[in-house]
Ligand binder design. Structure first.
Ligand SMILES: [Zn+2]
Length: 57
C-alpha cells in the first residue's frame, strides 16, 4: 500500500475504524501514527495488521 498523509492527523490522530475489539467487542479506533488500533472500552492496543488478518479470515 502507498503511504499517504492523513488529513485528519493534525487535529485528531484517531480515526474511527469499523472493526471490533478482539478482547471485548468494543469499537476500535485507528491510531494513525503507528498503524495501531485502540479499543475505546478496554483500551487494548492492537496492530492494524493483526486486526485485518483476524477479521477477514
Ligand atoms: Zn476492548
Amino acid at each position: 500500500m502507498a503511504e499517504f498523509t492523513n488529513p485528519y492527523a493534525e487535529e485528531d490522530p484517531f480515526v474511527e475504524a469499523h472493526f471490533e475489539c478482539l478482547e471485548c467487542g468494543g469499537k476500535l479506533w485507528e491510531y494513525g501514527i503507528q498503524r495501531r488500533m485502540v479499543c475505546e472500552d478496554c483500551r487494548a492496543l492492537f496492530r492494524t495488521d493483526e486486526i485485518l488478518e483476524a477479521q477477514t479470515s
